[in-house]
Ligand binder design. Structure first.
Ligand code: 2AM
Length: 171
């Protein structure tokens, strides 16, 4: 029986060609650990946690009301904490900050409990790494053209992020 709640988050979906290039580069670092699957690569804009399915339509309407332009995100810095490795921009594009802030304000306005920590743009590549990258330099340009709502689901093959709606960024 499907659960009454879903673990939800809004994110920028990584385009497939970029996801493939990122995975090839990450795997070349040979750090061990648990790599994030190419299909799962994303940058979270707002994490909602477990929410009733009955709120889905409201969230989809909220997202459809957002007007934001496309932009380029330069993932040019490696970051990490404990065994997690991620990529992040050294310069936060103002269009990304504005999109995340707009989304978060709208979510707060409908009573969604959000993380009180400040938004920190990052794309997780690897968890439980056995080593730290040494001397790796990175610069991937991501043309950001859409955002999406995801449900995080546990499957026999590991966690999967199922898209529940996607919205274009329009100039
Ligand atoms: P992470 O990549 O740093 O783990 C799905 O789990 C997405 O939501 C991931 O991008 C994850 O970030 C993020 N996420 C998970 N728990 C979160 C929390 N409590 N607050 C903010 N983001 C969270």
């Amino acid at each position: 029986m499907p659960s009454d709640t879903l673990r939800l988050f809004f994110a920028l979906p990584c385009p497939p060609e970029l996801a493939e290039a990122l995975c090839i580069w990450r795997d070349s670092l040979a750090l061990g650990g648990k790599p994030v699957a190419a299909d799962n690569l994303h940058l979270t804009l707002a994490f909602l946690g477990q929410q009733p399915r009955t709120r889905l339509e409201e969230l989809q309407l909220l997202a459809a009301g957002i007007e934001a332009p496309p932009f380029t995100l330069d993932l040019d810095r490696l970051g990490g904490h404990r065994g997690t490795l991620w990529l992040e921009p050294s310069q936060m594009p103002s269009a990304l900050a504005a999109l995340a802030a707009d989304l978060q304000q709208r979510l707060l306005a409908i009573g969604m409990p959000l993380d009180s920590r400040p938004f920190r743009a990052h794309l997780t590549l690897l968890r439980h790494a056995g080593a730290r990258p040494v001397g790796a330099t990175v610069d991937f340009a991501w043309p950001v053209e859409r955002f999406a709502l995801y449900a995080s689901e546990n499957t026999a093959r590991g966690v999967r992020y199922r898209e529940l709606g996607g919205w274009p960024l329009v100039p």
